[in-house]
Ligand binder design. Sequence first.
Ligand code: ADP
Ligand code: MG
Length: 274
Amino acid sequence: MILASDTARRGSRSDESPGSTDEPPIIALSNIVKSYKMGGEDVMATRGISLTVARGEFVAIMGASGSGKSTLMNIMGCLDVPTSGHYHLDGVNIRSLADRALSRIRNRKIGFVFQGFNLIPRMSALQNVELPMAYAGIKPAERRQRAIVALSLVGLGGRLEHVSSELSGGQQQRVAIARAISTNPALILADEPTGTLDTQSSVELMTIFSNLHAHGRTIVMITHEHDVAAYASRVVEVRDGMIKSDHVQRALAPAPSRIGQSGTTTIDADEFEG
Ligand code: ADP
Ligand code: MG
């Protein structure tokens, strides 16, 4: 019962509540404009978005299809650069970095979870989780150890050697979360992570995100489902490439976890605190 016990420790981390230290915000976006050329015309995907996310926040970004959510996420994830405006990631001005430094900071600071899981099909769960750590220059023995811990945390300690095709959609997404947290990133970015999952798998997934948040993780997640956004501590609504509303809320407490009760190795979740 690793995941359920995590919630009990929540109180002991009040010293790390958002904004209580002098640390820079994880995300500071200032007047971000992104336009694309489409058949000679400029498509404005974002029209001047300013957004600050403090350490430890769990932000849901909502909005209709085409409102600019993925564009914003790609910029936050350093996968794309804005046409104009400034982005500081954990205090670092992204514009000041050359390509190599940018990919290094991306590997070190950000864990990605996508709607389509993006796992490598013929690799085992363990190998999929180890891969980004290899890029981050972590030694093989440590990669293995961290991958086992991360997979156990998401309730897949008993599925280490299964390849993606032998796992359900919900399990594949949990491998993707294990992969995202294994490098101990400052920020977890998720683009519609429950988009293709059934209700039960979505609840299990949100329970994992909730517990990561309770452990002080910073999470920014795109979703168009209100049920999913309810787990976040703040909801930002985007419309036509601009922020329409931004409010904090009491995050829905995670449902008691049923995953991790059988076939998993019990490893203390504290190993993953940032
Ligand atoms: P969302 O994720 O909210 O559905 P996107 O950020 O994907 O929205 O897209 C916002 C707008 O920018 C849309 O009008 C979309 O067609 C356009 N857009 C996004 N990416 C590109 C691209 N690579 N080239 C051209 N237009 C794009
Ligand atoms: Mg999108």
